[in-house]
Design a protein around this ligand. Sequence first.
Ligand SMILES: *Cc1c(COP(=O)(O)O)cnc(C)c1O
Length: 382
Amino acid sequence: MARGRSPGHLRSATLERLGLRSIINASSWLTSLGGSLMPPEVLAAMQDVSGHFVDMAALNRVAGERLAAATGAEAGMVTAGASAALVLQAAACLTGDPYTASQLPDTKPERCEIVIQKTHRNRYDGAWRLAGAKLVEIGAARATAPWELEGAIGPRTAAVAYVEAPFLCQPLSLEQMVEIAHRKNVPLIVDAAAEVPPVGNLRRHIACGADLVAYSGGKGIAGPQSSGILCGRRDLIEAAWVHGLNYDSPHAGVGRPMKASKESIVGLLVALELFLARDHEADLRRWRAMAAHVVAAIEGIPGVHAAVEEDGRQGPQAVIHLDPPHHAPAVVAELLRGDPAIAIGEGGFRGELYAVMVTLRNGEERIVASRLRDILMGRGAR
Ligand SMILES: *Cc1c(COP(=O)(O)O)cnc(C)c1O
Protein backbone atom coordinates (compact mmCIF):
# COMPACT_ATOMS: atom_id res chain seq x y z
CA MET A 1 0.00 0.00 0.00
CA ALA A 2 1.37 3.40 -0.97
CA ARG A 3 1.95 5.62 2.09
CA GLY A 4 1.96 9.34 2.51
CA ARG A 5 -0.80 10.06 0.02
CA SER A 6 -3.37 11.04 2.66
CA PRO A 7 -4.43 14.68 2.71
CA GLY A 8 -3.27 16.69 5.71
CA HIS A 9 -6.58 16.67 7.57
CA LEU A 10 -6.30 12.89 7.87
CA ARG A 11 -2.97 13.00 9.70
CA SER A 12 -3.24 12.26 13.43
CA ALA A 13 -0.12 12.06 15.57
CA THR A 14 -2.12 10.25 18.23
CA LEU A 15 -3.38 7.54 15.89
CA GLU A 16 0.03 7.18 14.23
CA ARG A 17 1.67 6.63 17.61
CA LEU A 18 -0.77 3.78 18.14
CA GLY A 19 -0.14 2.33 14.71
CA LEU A 20 -3.67 3.20 13.48
CA ARG A 21 -4.93 5.38 10.65
CA SER A 22 -7.65 7.92 10.14
CA ILE A 23 -10.50 6.63 7.95
CA ILE A 24 -12.70 8.58 5.54
CA ASN A 25 -16.18 7.68 6.74
CA ALA A 26 -18.75 7.31 3.93
CA SER A 27 -20.85 4.86 5.90
CA SER A 28 -22.71 7.03 8.44
CA TRP A 29 -22.55 7.51 12.21
CA LEU A 30 -21.28 4.03 12.92
CA THR A 31 -20.21 3.16 16.43
CA SER A 32 -17.51 0.98 14.87
CA LEU A 33 -15.94 4.05 13.22
CA GLY A 34 -16.24 6.41 16.18
CA GLY A 35 -19.78 7.79 15.86
CA SER A 36 -19.43 11.39 14.73
CA LEU A 37 -16.99 14.32 14.88
CA MET A 38 -17.64 16.84 17.65
CA PRO A 39 -17.55 20.54 16.70
CA PRO A 40 -14.79 22.60 18.42
CA GLU A 41 -17.37 24.41 20.60
CA VAL A 42 -18.39 21.05 22.07
CA LEU A 43 -14.80 20.10 22.85
CA ALA A 44 -14.17 23.53 24.41
CA ALA A 45 -17.16 23.17 26.74
CA MET A 46 -16.05 19.67 27.72
CA GLN A 47 -12.55 20.92 28.48
CA ASP A 48 -13.98 23.79 30.54
CA VAL A 49 -16.19 21.63 32.73
CA SER A 50 -13.46 19.03 33.12
CA GLY A 51 -11.57 21.52 35.30
CA HIS A 52 -14.35 21.67 37.87
CA PHE A 53 -16.16 19.62 40.48
CA VAL A 54 -19.89 20.09 40.25
CA ASP A 55 -23.09 18.73 41.82
CA MET A 56 -23.73 15.96 39.27
CA ALA A 57 -27.37 15.44 40.19
CA ALA A 58 -28.03 19.17 39.72
CA LEU A 59 -26.11 19.15 36.41
CA ASN A 60 -28.15 16.29 34.97
CA ARG A 61 -31.38 17.88 36.30
CA VAL A 62 -30.59 21.09 34.44
CA ALA A 63 -29.63 19.07 31.36
CA GLY A 64 -32.93 17.20 31.66
CA GLU A 65 -34.87 20.46 31.48
CA ARG A 66 -33.01 21.41 28.29
CA LEU A 67 -33.67 18.00 26.75
CA ALA A 68 -37.34 18.22 27.70
CA ALA A 69 -37.60 21.60 26.00
CA ALA A 70 -35.89 20.28 22.85
CA THR A 71 -38.06 17.18 22.59
CA GLY A 72 -41.39 18.46 23.87
CA ALA A 73 -41.27 15.89 26.69
CA GLU A 74 -42.16 16.50 30.34
CA ALA A 75 -38.67 15.52 31.46
CA GLY A 76 -35.36 14.15 30.29
CA MET A 77 -31.87 13.07 31.26
CA VAL A 78 -28.48 12.53 29.65
CA THR A 79 -27.46 8.88 29.48
CA ALA A 80 -24.27 7.08 28.48
CA GLY A 81 -25.48 6.47 24.92
CA ALA A 82 -28.85 5.43 23.54
CA SER A 83 -28.20 1.83 24.64
CA ALA A 84 -27.93 2.98 28.26
CA ALA A 85 -31.18 4.90 27.73
CA LEU A 86 -32.82 1.61 26.63
CA VAL A 87 -31.63 -0.13 29.81
CA LEU A 88 -33.09 2.72 31.87
CA GLN A 89 -36.35 2.65 29.88
CA ALA A 90 -36.84 -0.99 30.77
CA ALA A 91 -35.77 -0.49 34.38
CA ALA A 92 -38.12 2.48 34.79
CA CYS A 93 -41.07 0.53 33.36
CA LEU A 94 -40.32 -2.44 35.63
CA THR A 95 -40.27 -0.36 38.80
CA GLY A 96 -39.69 3.08 40.26
CA ASP A 97 -39.64 1.73 43.80
CA PRO A 98 -36.14 1.78 45.37
CA TYR A 99 -36.54 -1.57 47.13
CA THR A 100 -37.68 -3.46 44.02
CA ALA A 101 -35.03 -1.61 41.99
CA SER A 102 -32.33 -2.86 44.33
CA GLN A 103 -33.44 -6.45 43.64
CA LEU A 104 -33.06 -6.23 39.85
CA PRO A 105 -32.28 -8.15 37.77
CA ASP A 106 -32.61 -11.26 40.00
CA THR A 107 -36.02 -10.69 41.53
CA LYS A 108 -38.41 -9.01 39.16
CA PRO A 109 -41.79 -7.42 39.67
CA GLU A 110 -44.74 -9.26 38.20
CA ARG A 111 -44.89 -6.79 35.32
CA CYS A 112 -41.60 -7.59 33.61
CA GLU A 113 -42.42 -8.30 29.97
CA ILE A 114 -41.76 -5.98 27.05
CA VAL A 115 -43.79 -6.71 23.93
CA ILE A 116 -41.87 -6.24 20.67
CA GLN A 117 -42.66 -6.98 17.03
CA LYS A 118 -40.53 -9.58 15.29
CA THR A 119 -39.92 -7.00 12.54
CA HIS A 120 -38.31 -4.73 15.16
CA ARG A 121 -35.84 -7.24 16.58
CA ASN A 122 -32.32 -5.89 16.13
CA ARG A 123 -28.82 -6.09 17.52
CA TYR A 124 -29.47 -3.39 20.14
CA ASP A 125 -32.64 -4.77 21.76
CA GLY A 126 -30.68 -6.82 24.30
CA ALA A 127 -30.29 -3.57 26.27
CA TRP A 128 -33.96 -3.85 27.27
CA ARG A 129 -33.23 -7.29 28.79
CA LEU A 130 -30.28 -6.10 30.83
CA ALA A 131 -32.49 -4.70 33.60
CA GLY A 132 -34.31 -8.04 33.86
CA ALA A 133 -37.13 -7.54 31.37
CA LYS A 134 -38.21 -10.39 29.13
CA LEU A 135 -38.91 -9.65 25.47
CA VAL A 136 -42.16 -11.15 24.19
CA GLU A 137 -42.17 -11.33 20.42
CA ILE A 138 -45.27 -10.85 18.29
CA GLY A 139 -45.97 -10.93 14.56
CA ALA A 140 -44.30 -12.58 11.60
CA ALA A 141 -41.02 -11.82 9.86
CA ARG A 142 -42.42 -8.87 7.89
CA ALA A 143 -45.93 -8.35 9.24
CA THR A 144 -47.82 -7.73 12.49
CA ALA A 145 -51.60 -7.43 12.97
CA PRO A 146 -53.05 -5.00 15.54
CA TRP A 147 -54.85 -7.89 17.29
CA GLU A 148 -51.49 -9.56 17.93
CA LEU A 149 -50.38 -6.54 19.93
CA GLU A 150 -53.71 -6.27 21.75
CA GLY A 151 -53.68 -9.95 22.64
CA ALA A 152 -50.07 -9.98 23.85
CA ILE A 153 -50.60 -7.21 26.42
CA GLY A 154 -51.56 -8.71 29.77
CA PRO A 155 -50.97 -8.43 33.53
CA ARG A 156 -47.26 -9.20 33.06
CA THR A 157 -46.67 -6.49 30.45
CA ALA A 158 -44.39 -3.67 31.63
CA ALA A 159 -44.11 -1.85 28.28
CA VAL A 160 -44.57 -2.03 24.53
CA ALA A 161 -41.42 -1.36 22.49
CA TYR A 162 -41.11 0.43 19.17
CA VAL A 163 -37.91 0.65 17.13
CA GLU A 164 -37.30 3.10 14.31
CA ALA A 165 -34.22 2.54 12.15
CA PRO A 166 -33.29 2.44 8.46
CA PHE A 167 -34.16 -0.91 6.87
CA LEU A 168 -36.71 -1.92 9.56
CA CYS A 169 -40.21 -2.49 8.24
CA GLN A 170 -43.12 -0.86 10.07
CA PRO A 171 -46.34 -2.86 9.70
CA LEU A 172 -47.94 -0.88 12.57
CA SER A 173 -47.59 2.89 12.85
CA LEU A 174 -46.28 4.51 16.02
CA GLU A 175 -49.68 6.20 16.50
CA GLN A 176 -51.47 2.86 16.21
CA MET A 177 -49.17 1.21 18.73
CA VAL A 178 -49.45 4.14 21.17
CA GLU A 179 -53.25 3.94 20.94
CA ILE A 180 -53.32 0.20 21.70
CA ALA A 181 -50.70 0.38 24.49
CA HIS A 182 -52.44 3.31 26.20
CA ARG A 183 -55.86 1.71 25.94
CA LYS A 184 -54.34 -1.19 27.94
CA ASN A 185 -52.59 1.22 30.37
CA VAL A 186 -49.09 0.24 29.35
CA PRO A 187 -46.29 2.71 28.44
CA LEU A 188 -44.81 2.75 24.96
CA ILE A 189 -41.01 3.03 24.76
CA VAL A 190 -39.10 4.01 21.63
CA ASP A 191 -35.59 3.34 20.36
CA ALA A 192 -34.96 6.13 17.83
CA ALA A 193 -31.20 6.18 18.37
CA ALA A 194 -30.11 7.08 14.83
CA GLU A 195 -33.23 8.94 13.65
CA VAL A 196 -31.87 12.48 14.09
CA PRO A 197 -31.54 14.27 11.68
CA PRO A 198 -34.13 15.07 10.43
CA VAL A 199 -34.38 17.56 13.28
CA GLY A 200 -38.17 17.15 13.36
CA ASN A 201 -37.74 13.63 14.71
CA LEU A 202 -36.56 15.06 18.04
CA ARG A 203 -40.14 16.08 18.79
CA ARG A 204 -42.14 13.66 16.65
CA HIS A 205 -42.06 10.59 18.89
CA ILE A 206 -43.19 12.44 22.01
CA ALA A 207 -45.80 14.29 19.92
CA CYS A 208 -47.14 10.89 18.79
CA GLY A 209 -47.67 9.95 22.44
CA ALA A 210 -44.58 7.84 23.19
CA ASP A 211 -43.89 7.62 26.93
CA LEU A 212 -40.08 7.29 26.82
CA VAL A 213 -37.79 7.89 23.85
CA ALA A 214 -34.06 7.22 23.38
CA TYR A 215 -31.75 9.08 20.96
CA SER A 216 -28.00 8.78 20.50
CA GLY A 217 -26.00 11.88 21.36
CA GLY A 218 -22.99 10.76 19.35
CA LYS A 219 -24.59 10.18 15.96
CA GLY A 220 -26.29 12.95 13.96
CA ILE A 221 -26.32 15.35 16.91
CA ALA A 222 -22.49 15.16 16.97
CA GLY A 223 -22.10 15.09 20.74
CA PRO A 224 -19.80 12.74 22.66
CA GLN A 225 -19.92 9.19 21.24
CA SER A 226 -20.90 7.80 24.63
CA SER A 227 -23.79 10.22 25.25
CA GLY A 228 -27.50 9.71 24.79
CA ILE A 229 -30.88 11.31 25.42
CA LEU A 230 -33.68 9.76 27.42
CA CYS A 231 -36.85 11.83 27.45
CA GLY A 232 -40.50 11.30 28.24
CA ARG A 233 -43.06 11.19 31.04
CA ARG A 234 -41.90 12.80 34.28
CA ASP A 235 -42.84 9.86 36.52
CA LEU A 236 -40.91 7.45 34.31
CA ILE A 237 -37.82 9.70 34.16
CA GLU A 238 -37.98 9.90 37.98
CA ALA A 239 -38.15 6.09 38.04
CA ALA A 240 -35.08 5.93 35.77
CA TRP A 241 -33.14 8.06 38.29
CA VAL A 242 -33.84 5.49 40.99
CA HIS A 243 -31.83 2.89 39.05
CA GLY A 244 -28.46 4.52 39.20
CA LEU A 245 -28.48 8.28 39.24
CA ASN A 246 -29.81 8.76 42.73
CA TYR A 247 -26.34 9.27 44.18
CA ASP A 248 -27.74 9.34 47.75
CA SER A 249 -29.08 5.80 47.58
CA PRO A 250 -27.03 3.12 49.38
CA HIS A 251 -27.58 0.86 46.36
CA ALA A 252 -26.32 1.85 42.92
CA GLY A 253 -28.75 0.11 40.61
CA VAL A 254 -28.57 -1.51 37.19
CA GLY A 255 -28.07 1.91 35.58
CA ARG A 256 -24.94 2.81 37.52
CA PRO A 257 -22.39 1.10 35.22
CA MET A 258 -23.62 3.42 32.48
CA LYS A 259 -23.10 6.78 34.20
CA ALA A 260 -22.69 9.89 32.07
CA SER A 261 -19.63 12.02 32.89
CA LYS A 262 -19.84 15.79 33.41
CA GLU A 263 -17.96 16.17 30.11
CA SER A 264 -20.53 14.00 28.33
CA ILE A 265 -23.48 15.87 29.79
CA VAL A 266 -22.11 19.31 28.92
CA GLY A 267 -20.81 18.14 25.54
CA LEU A 268 -24.21 16.78 24.56
CA LEU A 269 -26.00 19.98 25.61
CA VAL A 270 -23.70 22.17 23.52
CA ALA A 271 -23.88 19.78 20.56
CA LEU A 272 -27.67 19.81 20.74
CA GLU A 273 -27.76 23.60 20.86
CA LEU A 274 -25.53 23.81 17.76
CA PHE A 275 -27.54 21.09 16.01
CA LEU A 276 -30.86 22.88 16.61
CA ALA A 277 -29.40 26.13 15.25
CA ARG A 278 -28.06 24.54 12.03
CA ASP A 279 -29.45 25.35 8.60
CA HIS A 280 -30.73 21.83 7.95
CA GLU A 281 -31.91 22.66 4.44
CA ALA A 282 -28.41 23.83 3.54
CA ASP A 283 -26.98 20.56 4.94
CA LEU A 284 -29.37 18.60 2.73
CA ARG A 285 -28.44 20.60 -0.37
CA ARG A 286 -24.73 20.10 0.32
CA TRP A 287 -25.12 16.33 0.83
CA ARG A 288 -27.20 16.03 -2.35
CA ALA A 289 -24.53 17.80 -4.38
CA MET A 290 -21.81 15.60 -2.86
CA ALA A 291 -23.77 12.41 -3.63
CA ALA A 292 -24.40 13.65 -7.18
CA HIS A 293 -20.65 14.18 -7.61
CA VAL A 294 -19.94 10.56 -6.66
CA VAL A 295 -22.67 9.27 -8.99
CA ALA A 296 -21.40 11.40 -11.89
CA ALA A 297 -17.86 10.04 -11.45
CA ILE A 298 -18.87 6.39 -11.90
CA GLU A 299 -21.86 6.66 -14.24
CA GLY A 300 -21.28 4.95 -17.57
CA ILE A 301 -18.74 2.42 -16.27
CA PRO A 302 -19.92 -0.97 -17.67
CA GLY A 303 -21.91 -2.97 -15.10
CA VAL A 304 -22.32 0.00 -12.73
CA HIS A 305 -25.74 1.51 -11.93
CA ALA A 306 -25.64 4.52 -9.63
CA ALA A 307 -28.20 7.06 -8.42
CA VAL A 308 -28.73 9.54 -5.59
CA GLU A 309 -31.34 8.23 -3.14
CA GLU A 310 -32.51 9.56 0.20
CA ASP A 311 -35.91 8.07 1.08
CA GLY A 312 -35.67 6.08 4.32
CA ARG A 313 -31.91 6.63 4.42
CA GLN A 314 -29.55 8.63 6.59
CA GLY A 315 -29.32 11.62 4.28
CA PRO A 316 -28.76 11.66 0.50
CA GLN A 317 -26.55 8.75 -0.59
CA ALA A 318 -24.83 7.55 -3.75
CA VAL A 319 -26.44 4.12 -4.17
CA ILE A 320 -24.59 1.72 -6.45
CA HIS A 321 -25.73 -1.60 -7.92
CA LEU A 322 -23.14 -3.77 -9.64
CA ASP A 323 -23.43 -6.46 -12.32
CA PRO A 324 -20.98 -9.37 -12.28
CA PRO A 325 -18.04 -9.66 -12.50
CA HIS A 326 -18.01 -6.59 -10.21
CA HIS A 327 -18.23 -7.86 -6.63
CA ALA A 328 -19.50 -5.44 -3.96
CA PRO A 329 -17.62 -6.93 -0.96
CA ALA A 330 -14.37 -6.83 -2.94
CA VAL A 331 -14.92 -3.12 -3.71
CA VAL A 332 -15.57 -2.38 -0.01
CA ALA A 333 -12.42 -4.25 1.01
CA GLU A 334 -10.29 -2.51 -1.59
CA LEU A 335 -11.50 0.94 -0.51
CA LEU A 336 -10.64 0.15 3.09
CA ARG A 337 -7.20 -1.21 2.17
CA GLY A 338 -6.29 1.86 0.14
CA ASP A 339 -4.57 5.05 1.22
CA PRO A 340 -6.45 6.97 2.46
CA ALA A 341 -8.69 4.24 3.88
CA ILE A 342 -12.36 4.72 2.93
CA ALA A 343 -15.33 3.01 4.60
CA ILE A 344 -18.55 2.78 2.55
CA GLY A 345 -21.78 0.91 3.25
CA GLU A 346 -22.74 -2.44 1.81
CA GLY A 347 -25.99 -4.39 2.13
CA GLY A 348 -28.82 -1.95 2.60
CA PHE A 349 -32.09 -2.63 0.85
CA ARG A 350 -30.90 -4.88 -2.00
CA GLY A 351 -27.28 -5.82 -1.48
CA GLU A 352 -26.10 -2.50 -2.87
CA LEU A 353 -23.10 -0.34 -2.13
CA TYR A 354 -24.00 3.01 -0.63
CA ALA A 355 -21.77 5.99 -0.02
CA VAL A 356 -23.16 8.10 2.83
CA MET A 357 -22.49 11.84 2.82
CA VAL A 358 -23.49 12.89 6.35
CA THR A 359 -20.15 11.88 7.86
CA LEU A 360 -17.95 13.22 5.02
CA ARG A 361 -16.07 16.47 5.37
CA ASN A 362 -16.17 18.93 2.49
CA GLY A 363 -13.98 17.69 -0.34
CA GLU A 364 -13.81 14.09 0.86
CA GLU A 365 -16.53 13.19 -1.65
CA ARG A 366 -13.98 13.87 -4.40
CA ILE A 367 -11.55 11.35 -2.88
CA VAL A 368 -14.36 8.78 -2.53
CA ALA A 369 -15.50 9.38 -6.12
CA SER A 370 -12.07 9.03 -7.70
CA ARG A 371 -11.11 5.93 -5.68
CA LEU A 372 -14.44 4.29 -6.55
CA ARG A 373 -13.93 5.16 -10.21
CA ASP A 374 -10.41 3.69 -10.23
CA ILE A 375 -11.54 0.46 -8.59
CA LEU A 376 -14.62 0.02 -10.80
CA MET A 377 -12.52 0.73 -13.93
CA GLY A 378 -10.18 -2.05 -12.85
CA ARG A 379 -7.39 0.38 -11.95
CA GLY A 380 -7.83 0.03 -8.22
CA ALA A 381 -5.11 -2.46 -7.26
CA ARG A 382 -1.82 -1.03 -6.24
C1 LIG B 1 -26.83 3.26 17.37
C2 LIG B 1 -28.07 2.59 17.82
C3 LIG B 1 -28.23 2.22 19.17
C4 LIG B 1 -27.14 2.42 20.19
O1 LIG B 1 -26.90 3.78 20.41
P1 LIG B 1 -25.63 4.26 21.27
O2 LIG B 1 -25.84 5.73 21.41
O3 LIG B 1 -24.41 3.92 20.44
O4 LIG B 1 -25.64 3.55 22.55
C5 LIG B 1 -29.43 1.65 19.55
N1 LIG B 1 -30.42 1.43 18.65
C6 LIG B 1 -30.30 1.75 17.33
C7 LIG B 1 -31.44 1.48 16.40
C8 LIG B 1 -29.12 2.34 16.88
O5 LIG B 1 -28.99 2.67 15.59
